[in-house]
Every structure is written in structure tokens, then in C-alpha cells.
Design a protein around this ligand. Sequence first.
Ligand code: NAI
Length: 339
Amino acid sequence: MDVTVFSTKPYDRQFFDAAAGRHRLTYLEAHLSPKTAALAKGAGAVCAFVNDQVDAAVLDTFKQLGVGLVALRSAGFNNVDLAAATRNGIVVARVPAYSPEAVSEHAVALMLSLDRNIHRAYARVREGNFALDGLIGFNLHGRTVGVVGTGKIGAGVARIMLGFGCKVVAYDPVPDPESVKLGVAYMPLPELLAVSDIVTLHCPLTPDTRHLIDAAAIAGMKHGAMLINTSRGGIIDTQAVIAGLKSGAIGRLGLDVYEEEADLFFEDMSDQLIEDDVFARLLTFPNVLVTGHQGFFTTEALTAIAETTIANIDAFEKTGRPLYETPAPKSPAPVAAAR
Ligand code: NAI
């Protein structure tokens, strides 16, 4: 099948070329929008990513062009007008889960780097500065780690931290029996915040979890605790977190996601000024480490994403239905994309 792939980077091409099989993929750098939708002319399917706009205007164009499938190479589908897709008879597929360990391990990488000041040590040593002042860390062994959301990623973090000899406590409305068996202690969120040396967020962004970590939550945290967010930016109130960093209530902050990341992440903006003053303020703290939404960015995860997307296209070509149609029958619709 001819497939037009929007918003591609060289790394997407590498993994999709390896998985493509008999399908003919045309890679475009352009994001999908009403202005670029016509570029899919001649394709039976379109492959789109999280910042592509799959709205009614785009889907109307696809119908006119004869595009039958939008195969998302993400788990989230908040960027798709599903009603318009149904109206136009266009099927939407996604990749519901891939390599949760990639994100669990990235969360732990942030913890370790912040704890032992690896980000600062790296810069110092390259400058010929071998002084240790300001780099003091703490042993993870014996510390308490609070995991908020013990789904696939959070449970993975819990397993790793148990291996470090940490005490792992958790909050999740639906506790994970496997985590309980391993020794994870579930408790209400305020209790978790009060006892944890490290709080790590792994719940989805929903109306219930938006700004879950706000000024009141920070006031209830152990003074100087580390906060890690690899889930969705909106789960923390960034202004409240900045106030917490200034007062010392938050001792270390590791972020892979940011509330307003759509305007920043995934692009090289090194030649430009950062207009977002809140984000710019975050970058001034020595005890803050930000990565640009790369938790999913491993060979294993990218392979799984490409293979599942191609499997969706294969199944659609053979049966008219992809393997993972959106929305999957039992999955709750998320507020934000679960990449
Ligand atoms: P999952 O669906 O397996 O687990 C989510 C867990 O959160 C569930 O156990 C659920 O019961 C729990 N939960 C729901 N509401 C909660 C609340 N109010 N408080 C505490 N827990 C709550 O999802 P998975 O695969 O573990 O992913 C978690 C999140 O990680 C995703 O929603 C996504 O936002 C983020 N993510 C980030 C990536 C990155 O590259 N940084 C890549 C993939 C996912």
C-alpha cells in the first residue's frame, strides 16, 4: 500500500524503512494540517504523529483523495477528530503500548543524574574543574520512593527502585497486585507525598490529574524531596513547582515533559530565543534537569512503534480493519496523548 508519512525525522525513516515490508512509504517532514493534507494524494493510508492535526478539514480532504486509514504512530489520539473520521468512513489506528521499560528507565536515569549531580559534573570536568563542592548526593539505598500511578511504566519504576534497596510506596486508584507481591505499599496520595524522598509521576493526564502536584501538594511533601515527571506536563502546576524550588521545598526536579512543550520540543531551537519565561526560569536552577520528551526514545520502542504501525496497515489492507483501531473498545479516552 502507498503510505504518506507526515512529520518525519531521519530516525523515523530508519525504523520505518526496516519495518516497511511491501508497503511503499513516502516520508514528509511537513506536519499534517489542512494546508498539507493534499500531499497524501495517491496514498491509501497516512501515518501521523502526536503534533499532527487530524481534524475535520484534513479528514474531508483525505476522503476526497481516497485515503482509507490514518495510522497513528503513537498511543494517544487526542489530535484526531474521531467523529469526522467516522463520518468520512476513514479508519484510525494507533500503537496502544510499546516498551514501557523505555520510559521507566528514563525516569530512573533522571533520578540518578539529579541525585549525584551528573549533569553538573559532566560540564565541570569538561571545563577542567574537578572541585566537588555542591555535587554532594545521597544514597538511594534505604530511601523512600513514591510512585504515583503503577500502570506499565510506574510498576517498572517500582521494580527497578526495589532493586536499589529503596522502600517503594505507591498511589493508584487501581493497585497493581504484582507490585503488592513485590513489596510495594499502597497509600493515599497525601501520605505518599509526606513520606517520599523521591516522588515520581506515572499517571495519565485526565481532568482528575491536571495539576495533581500544585502548591498544596508541594506543601505536603517532605522538605527538599525530588520530583520526577515523565508522564505529561499538565500533571504538575509549573508555577507552583518553581515557587517550591525557590523555597527549597523541592530539592531536585527532573522533567521529560512540560505543560507547553508542543511549542518547544522535538525541534532544534538553539538559534532562537526561548519566549516561554516559565520554561526559561526552570532552566536557571542547577537542581533542575529537563529532557525534551525522550522517555520513549529507545531502539526497542522505535522498533515496536514502526512494526505495530506496519502491522496495522497490513491488517487494514487485508481485512479493512487495523490490529489496533482507535479507540480500542475498553481503553478510556485520554485528555492528552499517551505517546
Ligand atoms: P498505564 O495506563 O499502564 O498506567 C497508568 C496508571 O495510572 C494506571 O494504573 C491508572 O490506574 C493510574 N492512574 C489513573 N489515574 C490516577 C490518579 N489520579 N492517580 C494515580 N494513578 C492514576 O499507562 P503507562 O503506559 O504506564 O503510561 C503512563 C503515562 O506515561 C502515560 O499516560 C503517558 O502520559 C506517559 N508516557 C510518557 C512517555 C514519554 O516518552 N515520556 C511515553 C509513554 C507514556
